[in-house]
Design a protein around this ligand. Structure first.
Ligand SMILES: Nc1nc2c(ncn2[C@@H]2O[C@H](COP(=O)(O)OP(=O)(O)O)[C@@H](O)[C@H]2O)c(=O)[nH]1
Ligand SMILES: [Mg+2]
Length: 237
């Protein structure tokens, strides 16, 4: 099989507490299981020690880099910076909090190598998904409504739109992320909509997942997200 290169993007905003454990685990796993990879951590204007702790962990690896800028611009913007700088044949992003175990990266990458899917997205809502700790009830409830609402507005049929673990064939990633209109949480829906519009194939991968405390979603964010999704829809009319 060809020696495809994998790019792993980790968007990080004030993750000084949560990222060290996951990053160490990911590096150990990747060195053992992946032959050709890079990791790009995108520090999206964190005001804590994210940059310092990350630099310290990655200092001995030339294929692991941090991209950093001063102003917080949102997860979508951070992932976009990762995509622009990525050199892999397959490019994925994964949350910094360790909700998705590194082994799922290998599963996703192997599926890409075998079936050449354009896009593979992690899903916490398929029969075979394996949820170790669920999100709190209120979060699950809101995300249920969010999935329904966004699928309806954008004529999609995807069980879990917001899972922070998604991968793309290189050219698909570049095409989809080019001229992204939403830089914050809504970007997940926007990229899925564009993927469908361009006719790319999405494979939904059931994953093992656990809720991690310390979410960066603020109490009023859900209301903003619902409004922003509507605004986004209007931009595509
Ligand atoms: N770049 C960037 N990443 C963010 C921002 N907010 C959250 N994230 C990242 O998005 C991922 C998921 O965030 P998290 O707070 O765990 O969301 P939750 O699991 O849905 O509650 C983590 O890697 C965060 O660091 C942001 O404003 N900018
Ligand atoms: Mg999380």
């Amino acid at each position: 099989m060809e020696n495809y290169r994998l790019s792993i993007i980790i968007p990080a905003f004030n993750e000084g507490k949560r990222i060290p454990l996951f990053l160490r685990e990911l590096i150990e796993f990747s060195l053992k299981n992946l032959s050709n990879f890079e990791i790009l951590i995108v520090n999206d204007g964190s005001t804590d020690n994210t940059k310092k702790v990350t630099r310290n962990i990655i200092k001995n690896y030339e294929n692991i880099k941090i991209i950093s800028y001063k102003e917080n611009k949102g997860k979508g913007h951070a992932v976009l910076q990762g995509v622009i700088n990525a050199t892999g044949d397959f490019i994925l992003f994964i949350d910094a909090d360790g909700s998705t175990p590194p082994n799922e990266i290998l599963n996703m990458f192997n599926l890409f190598k075998k079936f050449k899917f354009d896009v593979i997205i992690g899903s916490r809502r398929l029969d075979k998904s394996n949820i170790i700790y669920s999100q709190p009830f209120v979060r699950r409830f809101i995300s249920h409504i969010f999935n329904f609402y966004s699928n309806f507005l954008f004529r999609l049929n995807i069980k879990d739109l917001l899972c922070g673990f998604k991968g793309f064939e290189r050219n698909v990633a570049i095409q989809i992320f080019k001229d992204l209109k939403s830089y914050r949480w809504e970007f997940d829906v926007e990229i899925l909509y564009r993927i469908k519009r361009e006719g790319f194939k999405i494979f939904q991968l059931p994953i093992k997942w656990k809720h991690e405390e310390g979410s960066k979603i603020k109490p009023f964010d859900p209301i903003l997200i619902f409004l922003n999704i509507l605004k986004l829809r209007l931009k595509y009319i």
